[in-house]
Design a protein around this ligand. Structure first.
Ligand SMILES: Cc1cc2nc3c(=O)[nH]c(=O)nc-3n(C[C@H](O)[C@H](O)[C@H](O)COP(=O)(O)OP(=O)(O)OC[C@H]3O[C@@H](n4cnc5c(N)ncnc54)[C@H](O)[C@@H]3O)c2cc1C
Length: 415
């Protein structure tokens, strides 16, 4: 019997989950991902365990990526994007453009010789973005590669034992017939530079939650960018880019309070002397077991109700944080050596473009319109479903649940 084919757009944890669920239900899946690897945001996040697991769920991501990478029913189309979709539920015709990635993932064995011989230093112009990348193939950084900057260099190409590198390869057009589509193109992280008074990009010791994720994954610890020493007094500022009507983001991102508390515990586990303050508006501590976790956090973490509006640098290693203390009704200024801005989830800047290609509507705040309040997996176009943060903020477990639900909806409509 011919297997029914489904297109999944976006290889973050939501799209990966939909693809696996569809495969379990006997479908053939084409997973289109615009980047060279699947995994989405959470693939570059760190485990936040201390002596115990703090249930951040980040470990669920590599497991599922690996499963997708080897699944016989799932075809991965990386560095690819959908350009057109015509037809109707049960009979969609899709045009996909696969941009050149210069390294053929089917030939690359990830041996690393290309990176060793690359003459560009710190970082190399060809590298493995992180261990466990799927597909396991090296990636060329177009802005650093001498060849792609117009120079004569072909050293990596000449040395590659499997002839996986090809600088002359052009984009490729792929036509597919599918019966349903799941959109899982995810989100953008709020750009903290939009909140100029908070000093991100200006003061080195102001980081974001995303910086913390990436640095902890890479280095296992946080050091002050100004002097390379461990921080002693850290402030987290919540709701940066979320619950903020002035910038049109009136919604809660649902993830920032949890990651801030988990980071706080991890910093104190790594250095019990470090002082941590969390400035918040309202704490989002819903979720199984999270209320108890918050109670434990309160023992060693100072929680202050009041959101700082301005940060200034008073010395190379000290920042002054000014805020309205709501409990005392007055403005207070205090110093910290590291400030972490808890940035949230925003709709992707290119969401409107994809919505136009697919003929589906955007809803509140620019996320995809999920039509119902409970499931939020349907769109105005029959046969096209939504999964994960493209529809609204969700953490990893919720994105997995949503991805599963979207797949089951697609299966149900097609049978
Ligand atoms: C700073 C920060 C820390 C967080 N920490 C945690 C945590 O500790 N625990 C937790 O549970 N959650 C955490 N989250 C939330 C978590 O990141 C999300 O729940 C999860 O990433 C959602 O997955 P997704 O697949 O919906 O979206 P994404 O992760 O954004 O994946 C979407 C994928 O679609 C691809 N894509 C985009 N557009 C296209 C297109 N047009 N065509 C093809 N592909 C496309 C993208 O390249 C990407 O691979 C955090 C979020 C932030 C911002």
């Amino acid at each position: 019997m011919e297997k029914k084919r489904v297109l999944v757009i976006g290889g973050g944890i939501a799209g990966v989950t939909s693809a696996l669920e569809l495969a379990k239900n006997g479908r053939e899946i084409f997973l289109v991902e615009r980047e060279p690897s699947i995994g989405g945001h959470a693939a570059s996040f760190c485990c936040k365990a201390t002596d115990v697991c703090n249930k951040c769920s980040v470990c669920l991501v590599p497991e599922r990526m690996k499963e997708v990478g080897i699944h016989p029913q799932i075809s991965l189309l990386t560095t690819s994007e959908v350009r057109e979709i015509n037809g109707e539920a049960g009979d969609f015709r899709v045009k996909i453009v696969r941009k050149t990635r210069f390294v053929d993932p089917d030939r690359c064995t990830a041996c690393g010789i290309c990176s060793e011989v690359c003459p560009v230093e710190s970082p190399k112009a060809i590298s493995l973005p992180y261990p466990g990348v799927v597909p396991p193939a090296f990636v060329v950084d177009k802005d650093r590669c001498l060849r792609l900057q117009g120079q004569e260099c072909t050293i990596c190409q000449d040395k590659c034992p499997t002839q996986a590198i090809d600088f002359d390869q052009g984009p490729q057009e792929i036509d597919l017939d599918v019966e349903a589509t799941i959109v899982a193109n995810g989100f953008d992280v709020f750009d903290a530079r939009e909140k100029a008074p908070l000093g991100y990009g200006k003061y080195p010791n102001v980081l974001t939650g995303l910086d913390m994720e990436e640095r902890l994954l890479k280095d296992g610890a946080i050091l002050l960018p100004s002097n390379g020493r461990p921080p002693q007094d850290v402030a987290f500022i919540q709701c940066v880019g979320s619950r903020d009507e002035h910038i049109g983001n009136g919604y809660c991102s649902k993830i920032c309070c949890k990651y801030a508390m988990r980071f706080s515990r991890l910093l104190q586990y790594q250095n019990p002397e470090v002082k941590v303050t969390v400035f918040y508006m309202d704490l989002q501590n819903a979720g199984k077991g999270f209320g108890d976790f918050y109670e434990q956090c309160k023992e060693n973490i100072r929680f202050v109700q009041g959101i700082p509006v301005e940060i200034s640098q008073v010395s190379p290693d000290q920042l002054a944080v000014r805020y309205e203390d709501l409990s005392q009704g007055k403005t207070v200024e205090e110093s910290h050596d590291l400030v972490v801005l808890s940035v949230g989830i925003t709709p992707r800047k290119d969401a409107r473009n994809l919505a136009g290609i697919l003929g589906v509507n955007l809803g509140d705040f620019g996320f995809f319109d999920g039509l119902t309040q409970i499931e939020n997996t349907s769109t105005n176009r029959e046969g096209i479903f939504l999964a994960g943060c493209c529809q609204g903020p969700r953490d990893i477990p919720e994105s997995i649940a949503h991805g599963t639900l979207a797949a089951l909806r697609a299966v149900r409509t097609l049978t």
